[in-house]
Ligand binder design. Structure first.
Ligand code: GTP
Length: 469
């Protein structure tokens, strides 16, 4: 599906010699230097990727900031690199013209010292630690105002261990704590699905489905030892003002568990015959298809008993009910995953099923923003810019009315009084709405939200209320 395709990466301009800055040569690169965040869970292969960047003969002047280099096991890993002797906090130039620096959290200072150099790098990579939430780092880079170092966030690349990712995504943390692997996938613009030499095809399909359950439109590249074409990593321009945003199609009918909540806190199926097998086409087709397969016209309803054991009555506040329901559904979903083999003999990891049910984990929703015109909702009409702003302000900043954790928002909207299509980009708590050069032909406004505790219906209703008043 064309809608799912990632933006085509554009090769970096190579102006003059990329090597060294001793000659006092002034920087020739126009505009801010693109910064790529490399994230990924412990042991996924981030250092392996960085090592390629720093040792390969790509002819580019790339600067890499290693986080907490001095304290991690990577110290031993780097011993063979002569230039890595003198640590830390200082920029070291390597044989291939790359620059490297290790810091302990304070990447801003490292960036500033880098940008003071006469010859700026053509690209900067920041490797985060395996348990890092890339959101705050990305947000700081994206604004650029605080850093004042002439850099701009280009993309977030998440390295994923193909063998372990589904287990890592399912792991629950102590009450309220976020699962780092989920967040790292949520923020990703590009996923390197690594360790392919160790994975069976079935494991790869499962891994891709787990990733897409959280971030359905992300571009996934399968790698062994993180070997990729450099052009894929560089200059993706994911956050450039007005850059085109790729959004997945909106599902017309979404997966749902069909049932009614009974007075005894049990989910009663709407049909008497309980469906034991998975209705997902992956299991029916006889062979697992790509996780990218489209489900929007399928109905993945599963009918099952869900003992909820909720405290209190139905007068429960929505927020309390929601927390309890989330916790319960996570247990259900995990048990379903662990019994995957019983669903027709093939792993049952329909991404839409997971996306809808793992409410307590990171998921994404895709919604159409309809314009309220004369008390009717019209999907194909321009939206008031002020309504969009109010919606995003509250969604991202108002924790009381919106306790959801929002990590990433992308949108493509039609704004009243402006013939151009506008793009919404949000990372962490920052957002912008910028016009593109594209004329607005279809007048369709849609938005993708990736985060925790998302409720599509509630958000859609709330958007309508925002318009009303
Ligand atoms: N078999 C196999 N091993 C890999 C691959 N990529 C990386 N490794 C190994 O996996 C281990 C962890 O890789 P690293 O690059 O250190 O992973 P990391 O994400 O930096 O790990 P942390 O520093 O713990 O966050 C190392 O022993 C690598 O050699 C791969 O594609 N296949």
């Amino acid at each position: 599906m064309e809608d799912e395709l990632p933006p085509e990466p554009v090769p970096l301009k190579q102006e003059g010699s990329p090597r060294g800055d001793e000659g006092g040569q002034e920087d020739e690169q126009d505009g801010p230097v693109p910064v790529t965040l490399i994230t990924g869970f412990l042991g996924s292969g981030k250092t392996t990727l960085v090592r390629h960047l720093l040792t390969a003969d790509h002819g580019l002047r790339i600067a890499v900031i290693l986080n907490e280099f001095g304290e991690s096991v990577e110290g031993a890993y780097w011993q063979d690199l002569e230039a890595m002797r003198a640590m830390s906090g200082e920029w070291v130039e390597l044989d291939n013209g790359c620059l490297c620096c290790s810091v302990k959290n304070d990447f801003v200072q490292a960036l500033e010292s880098l940008m003071r150099k006469k010859q700026k790098p053509q690209a900067i990579f920041i490797e985060t630690t395996g348990l890092a939430n890339p959101g705050p780092v990305a947000a700081a880079l994206w604004t650029d105002e605080e850093i004042e170092a002439g850099v701009q966030l280009d993309s977030i690349i998440t390295v994923v261990d193909g063998i372990n990712i589904n287990r890592q995504l399912r792991e629950s943390r102590a009450e309220g704590a976020v699962n780092e692997a989920q967040v790292q996938v949520a923020y990703a613009d590009l996923v390197l699905l690594n360790k392919m030499d160790l994975c069976s095809e079935e494991a790869v399909v499962r891994a891709e489905a787990g990733i897409r359950a959280i971030n359905s439109s992300v571009h996934i590249v399968r790698t062994k030892y993180c070997k990729v074409d450099w052009a894929l990593l560089l200059n993706r321009q994911g956050y450039k003002h007005g850059a085109h945003v790729e959004l997945p199609p909106i599902a017309e009918s979404t997966c749902q568990t069909r049932g009614v909540l009974q007075a005894n806190n049990r989910m009663r199926p709407v049909k008497e015959n309980r469906v034991r097998s998975c209705a997902c086409p992956h299991t029916k087709a006889g062979s697992p298809t790509s996780a990218a397969c489209q489900h929007q016209n399928e109905n993945h309803a599963r009918i099952m008993f869900v003992p909820l054991n909720l405290q209190g009555s139905y007068a429960l506040k929505w927020s309390v009910f929601h927390v309890q329901l989330r916790a319960r559904l996570q247990v259900v979903a995990e048990s379903l995953l662990s019994t995957a083999g019983s669903f027709g003999g093939l792993p049952c990891v329909c991404p839409h099923f997971l996306a809808e049910h793992l409410m307590s984990t990171v998921t994404r929703i895709c919604m159409r923003l309809a314009c309220a015109c004369l008390h009717r909702l019209k999907a194909l009409s321009a939206l008031q810019g002020s309504v969009l702003k109010t919606f995003l302000d509250k969604l991202l900043w108002d924790r009381e009315t919106h306790p959801e954790d929002i990590y990433r928002v992308k949108g493509s909207v039609c704004v009243k009084g402006d013939p151009r299509r506008h793009m919404i980009q949000a990372v962490y708590e920052l957002y912008n709405i910028t016009p593109t050069q594209q004329p607005d032909e279809d007048k369709l406004s849609k938005i993708v939200i990736i985060g925790r505790n998302l409720n599509k219906q509630a958000l859609t209703e709330w958007f309508a209320q925002t318009q009303a008043g």
